[in-house]
Design a binder for this molecule. Structure first.
Ligand SMILES: *Cc1c(COP(=O)(O)O)cnc(C)c1O
Length: 458
């Protein structure tokens, strides 16, 4: 059955959330754990391109892509074709029981396309956290060492080991300990608030890292795990030279450099992988999120001598590299073939910067507009002091939601609005969303100014 295509424009038929969504949400609250949060409590009926249509008939612009997952669009025809064909043949065998070739084909594509001019092998799993855990398992097995180095503001998942590797306590870790030991954290070269100024961030952060390694013994570290652009922590682009510096330090001490490209990879930043930007390669590159266009699939791709160091049978999982997910990934790879999605990511950045960057000088609340390609963020803080303003990020996100634009908040201080549109978004729709966002930010900033004037006056 093929559905008529979904018009790529914003449409409000009710208030957001509408009556049907409100009723469904009330039922959800009776059945579903309250441990899951929700950014916007609307129920989706259909999605295509960069439009989410809810059960009340509202058409919402999608600047979230299900957290950087549906980069090729929420119902990409290439993904659909591969998955439908696979669905008709079989849904599961378990790759550890009997084999199927799409698993190998996904591994081949990743071996050929991830950074690093060396022979590689790949292992497939289902979730990002599972892949990160397996990268640590491989690094430990190959080096005979135990420690894992991670960074401030890092996010690596919600399983026990990856919670320990994630920086932020609330909501990710609160009351969930004790955590696995041997995880040690170092500063990330985040330019905006670097105490001695942005131009010192790389040198200072690398010096701090050398000191931490020296204190703990560099020979005790199996892996150093880093996001080339941080995701949940606030879409922080490290200052130039930091990632190459990590590469050098990891090589010097024989530490396995694991690049967590789960959010930034697969074309999101205007290159297939964010680490392409500074020409570095991880010894292991981790992919997930956009890898299979919404079906659960993750991977670790690394040097053959690391990936084959694990004893036979040491890696796996019932659903690891599920056939439907592998088929979806092959559809995603096809969608990337002609280069247009990468071009789109760059067009999205140019358009967004043109519309949003002036807000830094026209409002007193935008501390930064940053990111690369279609992984962009606006950070809200008080002018001068840079005191983070989570209240403004939340107010702006709420107003956008009510007007039919889905945006997400992130950041250790919850004061960053992140933009993750599908790479297939039409130019008109993109501009509609960005202008709406710009106007909402201006409106909130004027209200803040009036508030400040009133405080001064009293
Ligand atoms: C989402 C994410 C993860 C965890 O992936 P899950 O599939 O949610 O387990 C790990 N690292 C980064 C950078 C992520 O954005």
């Amino acid at each position: 059955m093929t559905l008529a295509s979904l018009t790529q424009s914003r449409l409000l038929t009710t208030a957001i959330p509408g009556p049907r969504s409100i009723a469904l949400h009330a039922e959800r609250e009776k059945q579903v754990t309250s441990g899951f949060g929700v950014a916007l409590p609307i129920f989706i009926d259909r999605a295509e391109g960069a439009i989410l249509e809810d059960v009340d008939g509202n058409r919402i612009i999608d600047f979230a892509s299900g957290i950087a997952v549906t980069s090729v669009g929420a119902s990409n025809p290439k993904v659909q074709a591969h998955v439908s064909e696979q669905l008709a043949r079989f849904t599961h065998t378990c790759f550890m029981v009997t084999e199927y070739d799409s698993f190998t084909a996904v591994c081949r594509w990743l071996n050929e396309h991830t950074p690093g001019d060396f022979e590689k092998r790949t292992a497939l799993f289902s979730t990002g956290a599972e892949a990160i855990e397996n990268a640590v398992k491989v690094a430990r097995s190959a080096t005979g060492r135990q420690r894992v180095l991670v960074f401030d503001d890092a996010y690596h998942g919600r399983s026990l080991l990856t919670m320990a590797m994630t920086a932020k306590e609330n909501p990710y870790k609160l009351n969930f300990g004790p955590f696995p030991a041997e995880v040690i954290r170092a500063p990330f070269a985040a330019p905006l608030r670097w105490p001695t100024g942005a131009h010192n961030a790389t040198a200072d952060a690398l010096a701090a890292l050398e000191r931490i390694l020296e204190e703990n013994g560099p020979e005790t570290f199996a892996a150093m795990v880093v996001e080339p652009i941080q995701g949940e922590g606030g879409f922080i682009v490290p200052s130039p030279g930091f990632l190459p510096g990590l590469r050098d330090i990891a090589t010097k001490y024989g530490i396995v450099l694991v690049l967590d490209e789960i959010q930034a990879g697969m074309g999101r930043t205007g290159a297939l992988f964010a680490s392409n930007d500074e020409n570095i390669a991880g010894d292991i590159t981790v992919t997930a999120k956009a890898l299979a266009g919404g079906l659960p699939l993750s991977a670790i791709t690394g040097r053959i001598e690391l990936m084959n160091a694990v004893h036979a049978g040491g890696l796996g999982g019932t659903y690891a590299g599920n056939p439907l997910a592998c088929a979806a990934a092959l559809g995603v790879f096809e969608a990337f073939e002609d280069g247009s999605l990468i071009e789109n990511a760059l067009r999205i950045e140019t358009t967004a910067r043109g519309i949003l960057e002036p807000l830094r000088s026209t409002t007193g609340i935008v501390a930064d507009v940053r990111g690369r390609g279609a992984m962009l963020a606006v950070e809200f803080a008080d002018a001068g002091t840079l005191v983070p303003r989570a209240d403004l990020a939340k107010a702006i996100a709420d107003l956008c939601h009510r007007s039919g634009l889905l945006v997400l908040v992130c950041g250790t201080f919850s004061n960053v609005l992140r933009l993750l549109p599908p790479l297939v978004i039409d130019q008109d729709l993109l501009e509609d969303g960005l202008i709406l966002l710009r106007d909402v930010i201006s409106q909130v900033s004027e209200a803040v100014d009036i508030e400040q004037l009133e405080t001064v006056a009293t």
